[in-house]
Write a protein that binds this ligand. Structure first.
Ligand code: TRP
Length: 283
């Protein structure tokens, strides 16, 4: 690893190196994790140092695996959850950086997060863990990286996301929907989901369920609706998907509803959706 001091401001480089070294000592680890998490935004090469330093990944994974026994039976304190969320924040940094993303995928690291996504407790330590884990997957799909989508499709991420979309709280539900949207935006992702009726309806049913939830509980969640409508728009680009959607679009979305959709951009997507499905009143 080259030592590029030119980038360091106020000894930031030295600090990062020191904190990475401190990860090795259990008594210094918690502080080091916290401090490294804070460096994510100010130190762009953090991902590279984390990945290429000796033993760092092993330590991070060990911290993750160590709490699996606390997931069932549920026995996870807020404190422990926070510590692991810091670890997840560092993994997110690896997932986001173009130079480490491929390495991260090839090492199948996302799979270590699936046990966290598979929990169902509504308690805060569990919800935080789910949201932060989804954030790592979200970082992988954010860059429209075909390799990342292809990798995720081969795993059980879609059913995990669907379950969170169905039962999750606002934030985890929105990030899970974003991930499904990103998979749908990918051509192979769209054909994968539309390949069988089971897959298509699994996705469509959960999207419909969320719309019904927003309507019946008068939630004003434009961000969620935006992702949901983008998912429908994309499903409508597939021939079979379009036919099935025509019959299955929830009633609340079959016409323009000023109260449900207040955001201009969302309304535009919705109008487009109705047009694409041949459901708009002026057709
Ligand atoms: N292995 C399952 C399948 O191939 C994965 C899956 C479950 C799935 N539910 C889904 C994939 C919904 C896409 C959509 O069908």
């Amino acid at each position: 690893m080259s030592t590029d001091y030119s980038e360091s401001h106020g000894g930031e480089f030295e600090k990062v190196v020191e904190y990475i070294a401190n990860l090795k000592y259990p008594e210094k680890r918690e502080e080091a994790l916290q401090e490294l998490s804070k460096k994510r935004e100010t130190f762009p090469k953090l991902a590279i140092y984390l990945w290429h330093s000796v033993g760092t990944l092993a330590i991070l994974l060990q911290e993750i695996v160590a709490i699996y026994p606390m997931l069932s039976p549920q026995n996870l304190s807020q404190n422990v959850s926070c510590k692991v969320c810091n670890v997840l924040g560092l993994l997110q940094c690896l997932a986001l950086h173009p130079e480490t993303r491929g390495l991260f995928l090839n090492a199948h690291i996302p799979l270590f997060l699936y046990p966290f996504l598979n929990t169902s407790s509504k308690l805060k330590p569990f919800e935080n863990l789910r949201v932060t884990s989804l954030g790592v997957i979200g970082a992988l799909v954010k860059g429209d990286d075909n390799d990342a989508i292809t990798f995720l499709m081969q795993t059980e991420i879609i059913p995990l996301c669907l379950r969170i979309m169905k039962r999750g709280q606002e934030l985890s539900r929105t990030v899970a929907t974003f991930i499904v949207q990103k998979i749908l935006m990918d051509d192979s992702g769209l054909s994968y989901i539309c390949q069988t009726a089971e897959r298509f309806f699994a996705v469509c049913t959960v999207l419909n369920h969320m719309v019904t939830d927003v309507v019946t509980n008068s939630k004003d969640d434009q961000r969620l609706l935006r992702h949901v409508i983008r998912c429908y728009l994309r499903l409508a680009e597939n021939q079979k998907g379009k036919e099935a959607l025509k019959k299955n679009l929830p009633d609340a979305l079959r016409e323009v509803d000023q109260k449900l959709i207040t955001d201009d951009a969302v309304r535009k997507s919705h109008t487009q959706l109705l047009q694409n499905l041949g459901l708009s009143s002026d057709q």
